[in-house]
Design a protein around this ligand. Structure first.
Ligand code: ZN
Length: 350
């Protein structure tokens, strides 16, 4: 056993300990009904139930989470509000979804850029994958979708009049309007998740997992789902990242352009070649009413804003490409010392 594993194990133990203090462990003697559900889910997902510690805690909110410090065992935690809302079958979906995060390695430590657009793209894919195992755990598309509806709305059976058939029809007819997730959400929209589940339920992989044969090729279906996500959710998110990258390029190019105190024709041409006529005109207009000092101060401010935006929405990409962008500007404007000039420029007092 490595030192690292030792540490990670302590982490899981610590979490279990905390949950045991703030909640109730799901067990055969105290909560036999929920315990049976958990056993069923573990059986269907082919995981040793010993490696899953589950706790219920008192909270009217609809919440569940999965925590793991290593790849041997995990701890799941489900609020009483969620348990009370769900039938046993629906709870299979919820527990399956949570255990899936562990089985797919989503909870292992992987950096801390948790609020970035970059991270959201990844986390949405993880939700879609976890839903698939949730479906395998409850073995019914209708139950899976119903449980998604309930967890999203918080409404119980008395209030939620729900017809899966008409809902699916509605889903098929909606074509990417505002039903889709905003690129700032870590969970894909309900419709997107249901659609992904609907398609997955037609795949040979799903048929096989419930002991049947038939279905469409999983690869084909997976591609379709990826395309859907790409088009309506990840596409716009990636666009946002690309815009932030372009923002940096624009303002670093502006910085190189005004370095000698004048924005002459030659520099304008380089600027235009780099980011296009539209931004050149905007920049010329932006500078037109400013004196030398204002030009410098405003450029400095814009560079800092652009840097913090890029860093915030795509921290990983920022750390990889900020240097590259500087080199690009240095080469285009033939300013080999651009990087050191830039760091003086942005750190200078006004
Ligand atoms: Zn999840």
């Amino acid at each position: 056993m490595t030192a690292r594993f030792e540490l990670d194990r302590k982490r899981t133990d610590k979490i279990s300990h905390y949950f045991a203090q703030t909640g109730l462990r799901i067990s055969a003697s105290l909560t036999p009904e929920i315990f049976d559900v958990l056993q069923t889910v573990c059986g269907r997902l082919n995981i040793d139930s010993e490696s899953v510690g589950a706790y219920a805690y008192s909270d009217p909110g609809i919440q569940a989470g999965c925590f793991a410090g290593n790849n041997k065992e995990c701890v799941i935690r489900v609020s009483s509000g969620l348990i009370n809302l769900m039938s046993d079958d629906e709870l299979c979906f919820v527990l399956g979804h949570e255990i899936a995060h562990f089985l797919l390695g989503h909870n292992l430590p992987q950096g801390h850029h948790n609020l970035s657009t970059e991270h959201f793209i990844q986390s949405r894919c993880q939700e879609i994958s976890a839903d698939r195992l949730g479906l395998v755990a409850c073995q019914s598309l209708e139950i899976a979708i119903r449980s998604l509806m309930k967890t999203t709305s918080g409404l119980n059976d008395d209030l939620l009049r729900f017809d899966v058939g008409s809902f699916l029809d509605q889903m098929r007819s909606q074509r990417g309007e505002r039903v889709y997730a905003d690129e700032g959400d870590s969970h894909p929209s309900l419709v997107m998740r249901c659609r992904a589940l609907l398609w997955f339920s037609m795949s040979d992989a799903y048929f096989e997992s419930i002991g049947n044969s038939g279905g469409e090729s999983f690869e084909k279906i997976d591609k379709r789902i990826t395309k859907d996500l790409e088009k309506y959710v990840d596409g716009p998110a990636r666009e946002k990242i690309a815009e932030a990258r372009q923002g940096i390029t624009i303002w670093l190019a502006a910085c190189a352009s005004i370095r000698d105190g004048a924005f002459d024709k030659k520099e304008q041409k380089i600027f235009r070649d780099l980011v296009g006529e539209k931004f050149l005109q905007k920049l010329l207009q932006f500078y037109s009413s400013c004196n030398q000092n204002e030009v410098k101060n405003m450029t400095r401010e814009r560079i800092l804003d652009a840097m913090s935006l890029y860093q915030q929405i795509a921290p990983k990409e920022f750390s990889e490409s900020f240097g590259e962008i500087q080199s690009q500007i240095a080469a285009k404007f033939k300013q080999p010392d651009f990087s050191s000039f830039l760091s003086e420029f942005i750190n200078a007092d006004k």
